[in-house]
Each structure stands twice: as structure tokens, then as C-alpha cells.
Design a protein around this ligand. Structure first.
Ligand SMILES: Nc1nc2c(ncn2[C@@H]2O[C@H](COP(=O)(O)OP(=O)(O)OP(=O)(O)O)[C@@H](O)[C@H]2O)c(=O)[nH]1
Ligand SMILES: [Mg+2]
Length: 422
């Protein structure tokens, strides 16, 4: 097992299979695939000129009206490739454009919509070409079933894209300032949570790992769950009681994916701050996925990119119900500290919560002292946010020993003080 430190390279075929799933989620039907391994990418078209000819022929054979590259295309490459199809209007997209489209489809809150719109404008600004205006209802699949238009049509409307670049730049500035407001609001909310010292557990993981299903199972929430990439875009927070009675907040967030462009990550900054400021990260892994190990490595890389490196991580190997029959013990053996669960079947959840409680408790400070009876409020707070290891009722009050979050220490003064180690 080489998870930590070692890169787990994605095989070309696996990456393309994932791209096909992204295409399906966006409402496109894949009719053909072409591969090329290149040492030195062609600056004009990324792929070699012979390959371009092959691509044009394949496109003509299949009648496809869009071509999707798994690698990032520069605006110039995209234009050049679109021109290669001559009078046939073919949309040339890359993975980023596809992901943006799915994001636009799945954003449900104002913040999510703002973030996606910003990312779309930033992506499209240098790519304003004739072809964008010709992208008419293409493809079947998920989006068509949902009644939406083709790729590239959601979010900012075509007419808006036709306005001059200065207008778009103005819009970008405006979106950024609106997002800044949302961000300030969020930061205030987080500070409030921090004052209350309610620990925050952020669910992180590769897209489709089962994060939302897990939060539903733990909190009785009814979050949207789907066998789709990026079903969740906006963060949702729910209160969950740990076995010892202590309450924590679980936050479900956008899933990760390989080649998640940095610009996109930046646009989702506000959302991802939920992760960087969490007390603990709960990494949900779809252990049944053929690329589970690569996915784990990708998630750890993205976390690093986001600067979420300080928090403890608890790993949950999800969808164990599917493994039971097949018995792929070897896959699980590689991650000894991980906890096997099935969010869907409700297996291993108690053990998972116990583990989370243990890890969070390690972050607590040991205190002891005498709490007068009139401070029932503090006793309540201790029960709710801390862990009591000894409680003795005396005529003058309650003698206590336990652990509390460090941030709550001042509130217990002068009754409960940190234990001095002799
Ligand atoms: N068999 C099985 N399926 C599961 C389990 N957990 C989740 N799933 C399925 O996996 C798919 C994805 O689940 P979600 O909860 O939407 O996954 P997510 O991590 O929130 O995905 P995104 O929001 O798209 O990033 C759904 O079809 C779920 O029903 C599990 O324990 N067992
Ligand atoms: Mg989800």
C-alpha cells in the first residue's frame, strides 16, 4: 500500500472513464474516444497534427457535436481546435469546462451560485468566441432528462457572454465583492461557533464517496444523495451527538476530483474554509471503487493545496456492504487506522463516532475543581461540551474532574482550573 507521500498515478484509461462519467452527469452521451501519449504537447492544438486529422474524421463518423479533452486547453488551443472542424460547428471543451457546467447545474444556494458564476466568467473571459453562441441543446443523458440546455448554456446566459469583455470584468469584480460579503458573514458564524466551542467535523472525500449519505445516516438529515459526480456543491451543517453525549457539528462539502483546477478551488474558497477551520476531518473513502487508492491520494493532495494540514483525520472506508459478498479484504488491509462502515446500511457508525469522540477528546484540556451549586449553567456546559471523569456532590458544590475544550477554559474560571502535572 502506498497511500501517504507516494503519488498514486492515475492511469489514462481510469482518468478517461472518469471523464466519461463527468460527461454523462453533464448530460452528454459519449460516442467515441481517442487517446494520445505525448512527450511534448503541440502548443497550437495540444495533440499532434496527425491526431487532429484523426479527431476530425472520428467526429464526422460519429456526428458528435462536442469534443472533450481530459487535459486543460488554453483558450488559443481551444479556438484552434474548433477551427480545425471547418464549417462544422463543434464545441471543444476541457475537463474544467465540464466540471463548471455540472457545478452550475448543482448549485442550490446563493453562495454556491455566486461561486460558480465567478468561476465560469473567469474561465470564459479569455475564451469568448463565436462557437459559444452556437452551442444548442445537445446531448441526452442527465441534463436532458432534467430539462436543461446543453453544456455551456447554464449559468451566465449567452446574451450576457456576448457583451464586451469590459462588462464581464465589471461583473467579476462585482461577484467577488458579493462573495466577500458572504465570506464575512460565514466567518462571523464560525467565530460564534468557536465561542460556543462546538467542535466542527468536516466531511471530506472524493466525489461520490458517500459523504452526504453518511451525514444523513448520522444526523437524520435529508440531504440530496445521488450516484453522480458532484451531487453536493453547497456546504450543509448538522448537529450530531457523540456517544458520550457531547454535541458536534458535521459539515458536508463539495467532493474532490483529480485535476481540480486551482482557479476553481480558489472560487470555492469560502466553502473550503469550512474544511480548513474544522477541528477534525472525516475522510470518506469509497473502498469499492477500482481507483480508491488514487482517490485517497488525490484527496490528501487537495487538502494540502488548501492548507488543511493541521487537523487530525479520521478515515472511514465506506460502502462495506458491497464488499461483504466479494470479500476484498486486501483493499481494506492497507489502511489499518481506518474504520469500515456502510453509510447506506448503517454499519460501523457507532464505532466511527466513538473514534471521532476519542480524537476530539485528545484535543481537550484536563481540569478539576469545585463548582458551586448556583453555577448549574457551567455544569450544563461541561456536560454538553466536555467530558466528565469524576463528579462528587458535596455540601458546598460539585467536585469535578474532566476535560474541556481549551477555548472554554476562561468560562470555568475560577472554579475549574487545568490540572497541574507534578
Ligand atoms: N452500497 C452503498 N452505496 C452507498 C453507500 N454510501 C453511499 N452510497 C451510494 O453512493 C452514491 C453517492 O453517495 P453520496 O452520498 O451522494 O456521495 P457524496 O460523497 O456526497 O458525493 P458528491 O456530493 O457527489 O461528492 C449514492 O448512489 C449512494 O446511494 C454505502 O455505504 N453503500
Ligand atoms: Mg454529496
Amino acid at each position: 500500500m502506498e497511500i501517504k507521500g507516494q503519488p498514486a498515478p492515475w492511469r489514462l484509461a481510469d482518468s478517461l472513464a472518469e471523464l466519461a462519467r463527468l460527461a454523462d452527469t453533464a448530460g452528454l452521451r459519449v460516442v467515441g474516444t481517442l487517446e494520445q501519449r505525448i512527450e511534448r504537447p503541440n502548443p497550437a492544438t495540444l495533440i499532434g497534427s496527425g491526431k487532429v486529422t484523426e479527431l476530425v474524421a472520428l467526429r464526422a463518423d460519429t456526428g458528435a457535436n462536442a469534443v472533450i479533452f481530459d487535459e486543460e486547453l488554453s483558450p488559443a488551443q481551444q479556438r484552434e481546435l474548433e477551427e480545425a472542424f471547418g464549417s462544422d460547428v463543434v464545441k471543444v471543451l476541457d475537463r474544467t469546462a465540464l466540471i463548471l457546467d455540472i457545478f452550475a447545474q448543482h448549485a442550490r444556494t446563493r453562495e454556491g451560485a455566486l461561486q460558480v458564476e465567478l468561476a465560469q466568467y473567469e474561465y470564459r473571459l479569455p475564451r469568448l468566441t463565436r462557437a459559444w453562441t452556437h452551442l444548442a441543446r445537445q446531448g441526452g443523458g442527465a441534463a436532458a432528462r432534467g430539462g436543461s440546455g446543453g453544456v455551456g448554456l447554464r449559468g451566465p446566459g449567452e446574451t450576457q457572454l456576448e457583451v464586451d469583455r469590459r462588462e464581464i470584468r465589471k461583473r467579476i469584480v462585482h461577484l467577488k465583492s458579493e462573495l466577500e460579503d458572504v465570506r464575512t458573514h460565514r466567518a462571523q458564524y464560525r467565530r460564534h461557533r468557536a465561542r460556543e466551542a462546538v467542535p466542527v467535523v468536516a466531511l471530506v472525500g472524493y466525489t461520490n464517496a458517500g459523504k452526504s449519505t453518511l451525514l444523513n445516516a448520522l444526523s437524520g438529515a435529508k440531504l440530496y444523495v445521488a450516484d453522480q459526480l458532484f451531487a453536493t456543491l453547497d456546504p450543509t451543517t448538522r448537529r450530531v451527538a457523540l456517544p458520550g453525549g457531547r454535541e458536534v457539528l458535521f459539515t458536508d462539502t463539495v467532493g474532490f476530483i483529480q485535476k481540480l483546477p486551482t482557479a476553481l478551488v480558489a472560487a470555492f474558497r469560502a466553502t473550503l474554509e469550512e474544511i480548513t477551520e474544522a477541528d477534525l476531518l472525516l475522510h470518506v473513502v469509497d473502498i469499492t471503487h477500482a481507483n480508491a487508492h488514487q482517490q485517497v491520494a488525490t484527496v490528501l493532495e487537495v487538502l494540502e493545496e488548501l492548507g488543511a494540514t493541521g487537523q487530525p483525520i479520521v478515515t472511514a472506508l465506506n460502502k462495506m456492504d458491497l464488499l461483504a459478498a466479494g470479500g476484498s479484504e486486501g483493499q481494506v488491509a492497507g489502511m489499518p487506522d481506518a474504520i469500515a462502515i456502510s453509510a447506506l446500511a448503517g454499519q460501523g457508525l457507532a464505532e466511527l463516532l466513538t473514534r471521532i469522540e476519542e480524537v476530539l477528546t485528545e484535543e481537550l484540556v484536563e481540569v478539576q475543581g469545585l463548582l458551586p451549586f448556583q453555577r448549574g449553567d457551567l455544569l450544563g456546559l461541561l456536560h454538553q461540551r466536555g467530558v466528565i471523569s469524576r463528579e462528587e456532590h458535596l455540601p458546598e458544590g460539585t467536585r469535578l474532574r474532566g476535560r474541556v475544550p481549551a477555548s472554554l477554559l476562561p468560562r470555568f474560571e475560577p472554579y475549574l482550573m487545568p490540572t497541574r502535572y507534578e
